[in-house]
Design a protein around this ligand. Structure first.
Ligand SMILES: Cc1cc2nc3c(=O)[nH]c(=O)nc-3n(C[C@H](O)[C@H](O)[C@H](O)COP(=O)(O)O)c2cc1C
Length: 153
């Protein structure tokens, strides 16, 4: 969590907010809101809700609202720090957002951006076939020439 809070942000506004669930009371409530495809996250001992509000960060001309961008950077810092410590942190969009908002009394002004499963990596055997294949394969990314354009628009 410290790494996440050390991320850069516009004018050092630090717009990210984290709801860390790890108790017998809170964790089952988050687990119940995860989508079926995220069955593997049921085993995570900690799940972090990431929220932010546009007015917590710079809002500049040309629709440059930095809350989501800066919150994303703080999440990336959390992910890389987890990896460095032998942990695994996995962001998810697959959850019942309205349900979670209600359960945790997250005000309408906040964006519920993602939830992050956090823990030590478990056995690959508990994953379904598709996920086992993915874990055993090389990471797949678009080739550089597809995502880096030079004078082409
Ligand atoms: C915003 C966001 C939402 C994601 N949601 C899910 C999710 O609900 N379930 C899941 O298994 N992975 C989720 N992921 C992980 C991506 O699917 C994953 O990063 C991508 O497929 C590339 O796989 P890799 O990072 O293992 O190489 C999410 C990642 C991000 C950044």
């Amino acid at each position: 969590m410290t790494a996440a809070t050390l991320a850069p942000s516009c004018a050092n506004k630090q717009p990210w907010r984290f709801v860390v669930t790890q108790s017998e009371d809170s964790l089952p409530r988050v687990r119940a809101r995860l989508s079926e495809g995220n069955y593997w996250a049921q085993r995570a001992p900690v799940i972090v809700l990431v929220i932010t509000r546009d007015d917590l960060d710079c809002r500049l001309e040309d629709d440059r609202n930095y809350a989501l961008f800066d919150t994303g950077m703080s999440v990336m810092a959390m992910l890389t720090q987890a990896e460095a410590e032998g942990l695994y942190a996995h962001p998810m969009a697959g959850f019942d957002s309205a349900g979670l908002r209600g359960d945790f009394a997250i005000d309408d002004g906040y964006r519920l951006v993602t939830v992050i499963a956090l823990g030590y990596p478990g056995s690959i055997e508990v994953l379904n076939e598709k996920h086992q294949d993915a874990e055993r394969s090389a990471r797949s990314r678009k080739p550089l020439q597809e995502v880096v354009k030079f004078d082409s628009w």
